[in-house]
Design a protein around this ligand. Structure first.
Ligand code: TTP
Ligand code: MG
Length: 405
């Protein structure tokens, strides 16, 4: 909930942190995409018939006491009319990417902690807006406009308080903890809401007569450390709303890759090439998802004896298309490795399509150790491709060149 405060009023703390967390994330995405599920109890997770667990439940399902990590069979007993769905991670990752892009429009200091959750340090922000509550509202509106989903946000002088705040008015909540209100905000807060306080610590605190942060503030630091060791110091600080942990921006990946270990070691080069085409498709998809193009293609080969090599090619232009990636990887495989035994002439140019066909092809290749030794070619247990040297990389590379990584 937004408290009405004058935007002119100074924020009396050195930092402004926003914690954003999507509401009933997986379930909300499913309800969005299947309007007939709106307003209904929806449970995303494992099978209620088997030993599956609940990943998440829509707010309608939570009224029946259903929550994350509960056995799906128990959820079914609590709410037999609920709609049970398997998770579709691709969909959730797509939404996650959109919200991360939105965050990036406000500040570069974003710490993603889960697909649906992030901390933003908006002390300095790209819109040069002073009021962090205003920023949080804009972010929520932006998320809703682009994803048709709701998020809850907490605004506070640090991560700990922002996280507690974002959880307080779910769904579609916005809670601002103004610096001068911290003590009042924390006093009634049950200690179980403090990150790191689970059932065991909660029970121990309860036995000490400590139920709320207000109770915790009344205790000496020494008493807390004597019972909880180092965590006692954290409890002491958190009860006072103190947390100086920074919003950590994790570096973007320097390379994007994929690899496959085969069920059976491969000797047929054609089969390997087919696998490389499939791997290249996956890498290309991920590059598109990350909005990346790169100049270096690296092939990884693990031979049957577990020895491993990588070979790379760097070209002047960035690429991201699957056929370009596979073309380079196949060239490296043929010219820079000891992988595989060339397929018999009759098989050359044959139409090998898909994984099973590739495996079939492998089985038809004579597994002749003597021939293998004669040719000096090796069986392969794993192939991988990665693309790196993304756009913006300062490395100037004018000519086609090969090098070992
Ligand atoms: P949460 O943010 O913890 O939960 P939520 O978004 O479903 O609900 P809300 O935030 O409104 O309370 O987790 C985000 C997603 O992570 C959740 O939709 C499913 C997944 N998840 C699991 O798969 N297992 C779990 O035990 C939890 C807690 C979450
Ligand atoms: Mg969530």
């Amino acid at each position: 909930m937004k408290r009405s405060r004058s935007n002119e009023q100074a924020w009396k703390a050195p930092r402004k942190i926003i914690h954003v967390d999507m509401d009933a994330f997986y379930a909300a995405v499913e309800q969005r995409d299947r309007p007939e599920l709106k307003g209904k109890p929806v449970i995303v997770g494992g099978s209620p018939e088997g030993r599956g667990v609940v990943s998440t439940a829509s707010y309608e399902a939570r009224k029946f006491g259903i929550h994350s990590a509960m056995p799906a069979s128990q959820a079914k007993r609590l709410c037999p009319q609920a709609v049970f769905l398997r998770p579709d991670f691709q969909k959730y990752e797509n939404v996650s990417r959109i919200i991360r892009r939105i965050f990036g429009n406000y500040t570069a200091t974003v710490q993603t902690v889960a697909l649906d959750e992030a901390y933003l340090d908006v002390t300095q922000n790209k819109l040069r807006i002073n009021d962090p509550a205003e920023l949080a509202l804009l972010i929520k509106q932006n998320i809703c406009a682009l994803t048709k989903l709701t998020a809850s946000a907490g605004v506070a002088p640090n991560k700990f308080l922002a996280k507690i705040a974002s959880d307080m008015k779910k769904p579609d909540g916005l809670v601002v903890v103004y610096p001068e209100d911290i003590a009042t905000f924390l006093e009634p807060l049950p200690v179980r809401k403090i990150p790191g306080v689970g059932p065991v610590t909660g029970e121990k605190l309860h036995r000490l007569g400590i139920e709320t942060c207000g109770d915790l503030v009344a205790r000496l630091r020494e008493e807390l450390t004597s019972h909880f060791g180092k965590f006692g110091l954290d409890l002491y600080d958190m009860a006072r709303g103190l947390d100086d942990s920074p919003v950590i921006v994790y570096a973007a990946p320097q390379q994007i890759g994929n690899e496959t270990t085969f069920e059976k070691d491969l000797l047929d080069l054609k089969a390997m090439e087919e696998h490389l085409r499939e791997i290249a498709e996956i890498v290309a998809e991920r590059l598109v998802e990350e909005g990346r193009r790169g100049r270096t293609v690296t092939l990884k080969v693990k031979y049957a004896d577990f020895s491993q090599i990588t070979r790379s090619v760097t070209q002047p232009e960035e690429i991201s298309a699957a056929d370009e990636i596979s073309k380079h990887a196949i060239f490296l495989l043929r010219t820079k490795t000891d992988a595989g035994y060339p397929a018999p002439a009759a098989r050359d140019g044959s139409d090998i399509g898909g994984r099973s066909a590739a495996r079939r092809a492998d089985r038809t290749v004579p597994d002749d150790q003597a021939a293998n030794r004669r040719s000096g070619r090796k069986k392969v247990r794993l192939l991988g491709i990665s693309v790196s040297h993304f756009e913006g990389n300062p490395l100037k590379q004018k000519q086609l060149e090969f090098f070992k990584v």
